[in-house]
Design a protein around this ligand. Structure first.
Ligand code: GDP
Ligand code: MG
Length: 172
């Protein structure tokens, strides 16, 4: 017998430096790695959560520095149940690249994939370059959920993954 009721593949995408690896580290290990180069070194991390008595195994895929467009291929997106499209609220450039990522999603991901737009680094609010309203509108226009997080302060990170798991169960 399996030791879980559901298994979901969650894939993180977005520009290099926005904090994808830190979000995964924070959620799976409760750590915020200091400095640069927070490389996980494996294709994915596993974390099992329990929601309403159901055991949900989350297989969370993080890029290993392959964030240039078109260098992440179909295999990464294949069979993903959810995508976490991440930008950095203190970096306009990371937000401006989102349409490029949407093109990739359209090309490679399943049409049923659930996508969450995540504005990370809200602890850097004093350096904010992307307003919540702009991001919210962008998310709505592209049928995405939207949330702001801080991997550093552990703000909304748990919520990000647990809300996603809830949505995936309700659609499974
Ligand atoms: P990735 O390239 O998207 O995987 O980004 P990383 O997780 O490697 O993070 C890139 C840099 O941003 C590192 O220096 C992290 O310490 C920093 N970083 C990540 N998340 C946060 C956050 O929530 N707040 C702040 N202030 N820095 C962060
Ligand atoms: Mg990384």
């Amino acid at each position: 017998m399996e030791d879980y009721d559901f298994l979901f593949k969650i894939v993180l995408i977005g520009n290099a430096g926005v904090g994808k690896t830190c979000l995964v580290r924070r959620f799976t290990q409760g750590l915020f790695p200091p400095g640069q180069g927070a490389t996980i070194g494996v294709d994915f991390m596993i974390k099992t959560v329990e929601i309403k008595g159901e055991k949900i195994k989350l297989q969370i895929w993080d890029t290993a520095g392959q964030e240039r467009f078109r260098s992440i291929t179909q295999s990464y997106y294949r069979s993903a149940n959810a995508l976490i499209l991440t930008y950095d609220i203190s970096c306009e450039e990371s937000f401006r690249c989102l349409p490029e990522w949407l093109k990739e999603i359209e090309q490679y991901a399943s049409h049923q994939v659930v996508t969450v737009l995540v504005g990370n680094k809200i602890d850097l609010a004093q350096n904010r370059e992307v307003s919540q309203q702009r991001a919210q509108e962008f998310a709505e226009a592209h049928n995405m959920f939207y949330l702001e997080t801080s991997a550093k302060e552990s703000d909304n990170v748990e919520k990000l993954f647990l809300d996603l798991a809830c949505r995936l169960i309700s659609e499974a």
